[in-house]
Write a protein that binds this ligand. Sequence first.
Ligand SMILES: Nc1nc2c(ncn2[C@@H]2O[C@H](COP(=O)(O)OP(=O)(O)OP(=O)(O)O)[C@@H](O)[C@H]2O)c(=O)[nH]1
Ligand SMILES: [Mg+2]
Length: 359
Amino acid sequence: MNMISPDAPKPIVITKNKSQSTKIKPIVDFRTIKVQGGKGGDGCISLRRLPKNPHGGPDGGDGGSGGHVCFKATSNKTSLEHISSLLKGDDGEKGINRDCHGRNAEHLVIEVPVGTMFRSTDGNILADLEVEGAMFIAARGGAGGKGNHYFATDVNQAPEIAEFGADGEELNYTLEIRTIAHVGLIGLPNAGKSTFLRAISRARPKVASYPFTTLQPYVGVVKYDDLQQVTVADIPGLIAGAHRNRGLGIAFLRHIERCLCLLYVVDASLPQPWQQLEVLRYELEQYDSKLLERPSGVLANKMDLHQSKENLNALKSYVDKLNLPLFPVSAQNHLGISSVLHYVRQLYDGSNTEEVLEE
Ligand SMILES: Nc1nc2c(ncn2[C@@H]2O[C@H](COP(=O)(O)OP(=O)(O)OP(=O)(O)O)[C@@H](O)[C@H]2O)c(=O)[nH]1
Ligand SMILES: [Mg+2]
């Protein structure tokens, strides 16, 4: 096992009691929305008549443009729950006489988590906001109409025509967050993924002794004493044949597709626990073989049970062959957790330095 340097950032131990409320909010990572750009303001028809200049000519101003509906990626948001199903940009103001143009509407900018993908109704990916600050204009506002001063010509000095403002675009999208956490927990049902997430964070996914307790992903935050936060996602259990839609299928693996690292949670108390790893890695390969190359670690959970101690050596030799680190833990009794969190932090720091080097 890795030696922990004394200077390494330490995970902060949770001391405050967690809420007893049964209202638990799973993360909203999918939304279908309709966006409407604002309408442009109408142009104005006006002919200037002043006491000393009764034929002052056309002075109807142009309408202002309608506002766009834009999305901006930010790391301050982690879910899509703040996004309503209909988003409408503001309308531009109408033009008025004396050549006063209507005001352009402000664009509506909605913040979404980094890693949000936009798909059209036919399933094509139209935008993928992978970096902080990236923007996507989902619906353009309509242009403002021209006022009658625009239509003045040599032969028609007093035109009584103006344009209406154009309607804004009206489009439907499905939004999906691919990057929900830095670390993904993968395991068979009942391996103890939710118990582990409860032990390391203030998240409260339901824990029970029957399979498929977790039906939607949950995200917990691990805090370190240098104020860095690392997010960990608990996703529903996988079973053999999940890629053929057995159990809950493998569609939810999209949640961990962009995790920096993966932690396989294995119930070490079951006979031949390495078989669980085989199943998990096979299902991952079926989804996307690149997932197997992701930095990973194996948690041998339920080490408080005596069968686990008997199985540990055999599991270790299998995991060594895969060249992965093995962490014996007991999520229920909070044992062996700090070395996992140190390892997670190392991977997190390593991935950040790689990004800097790439830049
Ligand atoms: N003895 C022991 N039991 C554990 C430990 N961790 C989890 N369990 C038990 O294992 C059972 C399943 O735990 P969960 O955390 O719900 O498992 P899960 O992997 O989230 O399961 P699904 O959500 O169904 O995929 C529960 O009854 C837990 O109490 C452990 O370290 N030791
Ligand atoms: Mg669970």
